[in-house]
Design a protein around this ligand. Structure first.
Ligand SMILES: [Zn+2]
Length: 396
């Protein structure tokens, strides 16, 4: 099937009618629909679908246990709250479309080949990004994964069980990893590097070090209309200091820092809060600078930020990166552009686990990501499919 046909099939799943954005959270009914779609597309192509101990889906052509390890292409299908259509699904849909185009031309891979859909990449529900790939590589402890809870108090174990994935299976999965000889993830660019470079497709060089921290700010609940200013203990003031410092410290250290999620108690207009929990996301090219930003934000708020996740810098396999840049050279013979990203990906987790890994980016005309306006032009998506097909031909 063509890219456009596949894209249209997937488009309505999990789309919020109000915002126009996507709410595709791990181990929900919507997630189940996405998994069914993936499994259906895989079976239609006579691929063997396997679910690993992290709940990630692999659709194999050929037998990786007998003839592997193989080449794997793919991405994820889940989204952030009110996310865009492209972050994740572009890589999965492009993989099916690229395989179809090659098979129609009579091509047969000389090694096993899989299309993968990673589970819970955004961490929107349980707070840990790339949970599926972290579980199978051991970067996320099985017991910790099972006990992670969403805002309603539902644990990942309960959510998995409700979705038909046995939480007792959760854990490091060397068998699944052994099948993967090379992983290539195609993804929409989450910035404007390719716009500036005037190219439809590029190759990733590295993922910046990045992490998430929780700031627990305590105060004393009281009446907004009767408590004198001098008598207040208002954690919102500490939050304000933290937000302002996140911006200033990031600018000072050439990094990025964002407070984008809050929980306010009791969250009443006429009540001084008793507690505010804020989540800080920080990243940048240099690990030490990111750490300095986090420490400065904590000092401004008078707390020690609690680290919820941390991912060191990932440099993708240099030989593979350069090979793909050459394979995807333009008509002028110049290699495809190579660029870094501040966003984490399953490709980064697999790379850190020692699997030769590469990423392709597809141009994003506005650079907007994790928002309903995220967009890639159809012509660039088609270019991405052709690029992925070239990669399959070259590596499989
Ligand atoms: Zn993504």
């Amino acid at each position: 099937m063509t890219f456009d046909g596949l894209w249209d099939e997937l488009a309505p799943v999990g789309r919020d009618a109000g915002s126009g954005g996507y709410r595709r959270f791990a181990w929900t009914r919507t997630d189940g629909e996405l998994r069914e779609w993936f499994t259906g597309e895989a079976r239609r192509r006579s691929l063997d679908v396997m679910s690993d101990r992290g709940g990630n889906l692999w659709a194999w052509l050929g037998d990786p246990d007998a003839d592997g390890p193989g080449l794997v292409v793919g991405s994820h299908l889940d989204s952030v709250p009110d996310g865009g259509a492209f972050d994740g699904p572009l890589g999965v849909v492009s993989a099916f479309a690229a395989l179809d185009a090659l098979r129609e031309s009579g091509w047969r891979p000389s090694r096993p080949l899989a299309i993968a859909a990673f589970s819970d990449e955004e961490g929107a529900r349980f707070g840990v990004a790339c949970a599926g790939s972290r579980i199978i590589t051991g970067a996320l402890d099985a017991d910790r994964a099972r006990s992670l809870a969403d805002v309603d108090g539902t644990t990942m174990a309960e959510a998995m069980a409700a979705a038909g994935h046995d939480p007792a299976r959760v854990g490091r999965d060397d068998e699944a990893l052994r099948r993967v000889g090379t992983f290539v993830e195609l993804h929409i660019e989450q910035g404007k590097g390719l716009v500036d470079g005037d190219a439809a497709v590029g190759v990733a060089s590295a993922i910046w070090p990045h992490g998430r921290w929780r700031l627990d700010l305590r105060g004393r609940a009281d009446h907004a209309g009767t408590t004198r200013l001098a008598d207040r203990s208002d954690p919102m003031l500490d939050l304000a200091a933290a937000i302002a410092k996140a911006r200033a410290a990031a600018a000072e250290h050439d990094a990025l820092a964002t407070i984008g999620k809050l929980a306010v108690h009791p969250n009443g207009v006429n009540a001084i809060p008793s507690a505010v929990t804020a989540w800080l996301d920080a990243r940048g090219p240099v690990e030490a600078d990111v750490r300095k930003v986090v420490a400065a934000v904590g000092a401004a708020a008078g707390v020690t930020p609690a680290e919820e996740s941390w991912t060191s810098a990932t440099a993708f396999d240099a030989e593979l990166r350069d090979r793909l840049a050459r394979v995807l050279a333009g008509a002028d013979g110049k290699p495809a552009p190579v660029l870094p990203t501040g966003a984490g990906h399953d490709a980064g987790i697999l790379s850190a686990a020692g699997i030769p890994t590469a990423m392709l980016f597809v141009r994003n005309p506005t650079g907007v990501s994790h928002a309903p306006d995220e967009h890639a032009e159809p012509a660039d998506c088609h270019h991405g499919v052709r690029a992925l097909a070239q990669v399959l031909e070259n590596l499989a």
